[in-house]
Design a protein around this ligand. Structure first.
Ligand SMILES: Cc1cc2nc3c(=O)[nH]c(=O)nc-3n(C[C@H](O)[C@H](O)[C@H](O)COP(=O)(O)OP(=O)(O)OC[C@H]3O[C@@H](n4cnc5c(N)ncnc54)[C@H](O)[C@@H]3O)c2cc1C
Length: 545
């Protein structure tokens, strides 16, 4: 299956078709999907292609200019100033000052979101922090970076676009600190392949035993600049294997779903509860921003794909109408084992880069150093360690920009958790999350190694560093949050079964990264998509209904 290109006309129709009263008609839909990001979009495409009538509800909503003039003005001004097409025509000092001012103004409503490096490319895709608050203990900050927009976070310009598989040591950890994923050996491989073909990945087949290869649609060879950088790394650490990042633009899955004619899509639909009776899901309740009314819809199959913490919040707000029991709460795993990658970043200046400077480098392209913790060994010891993503761009005048980020895992620990805060409500009167998450000694020890590694890497590449993180950023900053509704084989220790279906609610699947039992050091979205594709196939089995 090669990556298809779909027209947007069908998508406009699917949105147009969605009048709220019609959505409430019993029997109108075979399935409802909550959230239209990487997970929800793929689920929509898979289920509509199988002939199901699917309703996608997404919270993203563009208020009219008159309803929120300040926010709309800031969003327009900031994204125009950050448009890469204008950058060459603006004096750097003006650009820098202008951005500082706009970020200050942006703080008024998006104090958390402006901390994402890509905020300024599309501020209105991110949530309004005043409308969507959460709390943390004062000494344990957590940055919850969220999008409310079609395509979710992968649709934000400047998104990393990197996709790596998890390997055997990630899915079957041998350290005794993370649970084994409830999958048979190599069970995820065909689903990774399936999703990679849909995405159309650019990269190379690297043949490393410690990072599984992907299906490559667009084979890459290193540019002169990338080859020179990799040679420096190999000269400093003989036997180490730098590779090219594997990347792809966001898949147009929503348009693919719409083109089947079976999709209905409602934007501005803030889902707050899943309806369950006698252990079987039956529908959802949402607040409709356009009509400013509370709404319901019914379907025997629900995919909850609102991103890890928001999906868990919705589970926590839901209960079985027959028993009064909270959904997913029987195990004491709901809300537990929150993780995010621990990241350390450096930035600096290097020498001019060799090669043709006019060649346009695709968004997402970088050099990746998998298992850079084992840089002195030609074959890394079993384990998960950390990887480094490296971006280098020629700046002219004999200089280049250098940025590198090291990603290592957090362990799934019971004490890192979220609970509902019924005292603090969001703008729509829905209880918010209290997030309590921090690093342990082992993670902080690894931070010291990440810092050493990035210093040594910069020295090897002849980089003069302008800045280096001396401490780990607060959890959440990597925007790879996962866990809090993990899958497992034991209903007493997990929220979801091995097919991402909720133990407490037949027909309810949670396929975003809330389901991860552990995280490895790879970016999470490819695994989110592989789990989603697999869960869709499970939900479509005739024996299930
Ligand atoms: C700048 C940036 C760069 C990144 N780079 C990478 C990368 O290179 N590789 C990688 O693997 N990951 C990367 N990530 C993380 C990646 O984007 C996420 O893992 C991925 O988007 C998760 O997909 P999702 O569908 O689970 O959630 P999201 O993309 O967050 O989508 C959730 C959807 O649910 C909707 N929603 C939320 N709440 C509700 C509600 N109550 N009711 C209805 N709808 C709701 C939202 O509108 C949204 O459309 C990056 C993230 C950011 C922000």
């Amino acid at each position: 299956m090669s990556a298809p290109q779909h027209t947007q006309a069908g998508l406009a129709d699917a949105i147009h078709r969605a009048a709220p009263d019609e959505l409430e008609r019993p029997g109108a839909f075979d399935a409802i999907i909550i959230g239209a990001g990487a997970a929800g979009g793929l689920a929509a495409e898979r289920l509509t292609r199988a002939g199901l009538r699917v309703l996608v509800l997404d919270a993203g909503f563009r208020q009219s200019f008159f309803r929120s003039p300040v926010r709309r003005f800031i969003a327009e001004a900031v994204s125009r100033a950050a448009n890469p097409n204008f950058l060459p025509f603006m004096p750097p000092s003006l650009l820098y000052q202008g951005r500082r001012v706009l970020r200050r103004v942006g703080r008024i409503r998006q104090k958390v979101q402006i901390q994402c490096y890509a905020w300024e490319r599309r501020p209105d895709a991110f949530v309004d922090d005043l409308d969507c608050p959460y709390t943390t203990p004062p000494d344990r900050p957590f940055l919850w970076i969220r999008a409310r927009a079609l395509q979710g976070r992968v649709g934000i310009p400047g998104h990393g676009r990197l996709y790596f598989r998890m390997g055997h040591d990630d899915l079957v950890p041998s350290d005794g600190k993370s649970p084994v994923w409830p999958l048979a050996a190599n069970e995820l491989d065909p689903w990774y392949s399936d999703v990679e073909k849909r995405l159309g990945i650019a990269g190379a087949r690297d043949g490393l035993p410690w990072l599984p290869d992907s299906e490559i649609a667009h084979p890459l060879t290193p540019t002169a600049a990338e080859a020179a950088f990799m040679d420096r790394v190999k000269a400093r650490w003989p036997g180490f294997h730098p590779i090219l990042g594997r990347y792809a633009p966001p898949a147009d899955t929503l348009a693919g779903a719409a083109n089947t004619g079976h999709l209905t899509l409602r934007q501005g639909a803030i889902v707050q509860e899943v309806e369950v009776r006698n252990g079987r899901v039956s529908g959802i309740r949402w607040f409709d921003q356009a009509s400013r009314s509370n709404r319901k819809a019914q379907a025997p199959l629900i995919f909850l794909c609102a991103s890890a913490l928001e999906s868990t919040r919705i589970l926590m707000l839901s209960q079985d109408a027959a028993t009064g029991r909270a959904i997913g709460a029987q195990s004491n795993a709901l809300g537990r084992h929150l993780m995010d990658h621990v990241i350390i970043r450096v930035e600096g200046n290097g020498p001019a880069l060799p090669g043709d400077k006019t060649v346009k480098i695709g968004d997402g392209r970088c050099v990746y150093l998998p298992r850079f913790d084992a840089r002195g060994e030609s074959v890394p010891k079993p384990g998960r360690g950390f990887g480094v993503q490296v971006y280098q761009v020629d700046m002219g005048q004999g200089r280049s920009y250098f940025g590198a980020t090291a990603f290592s895992e957090m362990l799934p620990r019971h004490e890192n958790h979220v609970t509902l805060n019924r005292q603090k409500l969001d703008r729509w009167g829905i209880p918010t999350l209290h997030i309590d998450c921090s690093y342990n000694e082992q993670e902080l020890t690894r931070v010291a190694d990440q810092i050493d590694a990035l210093r040594a890497l910069s020295a090897a590449a002849d980089i003069s560093l302008d800045r280096i993180d001396e401490h780990a950023c607060p959890p959440g900053f990597a925007i790879h949050e996962c866990g809090t509704a993990r899958m497992g084989r034991d209903p007493a220790a997990s929220v979801l079964d091995p097919n991402n279906q909720c133990w407490d609610a037949a027909g309810l699947y949670v396929t975003d990264s809330a389901s991860f039992p552990s995280q490895g050091s790879q970016n999470p979205t490819l695994t989110v998509m592989a789990l989603t594709a697999r869960a869709c196939a499970h939900a479509l089995q005739p024996a299930r209904s």
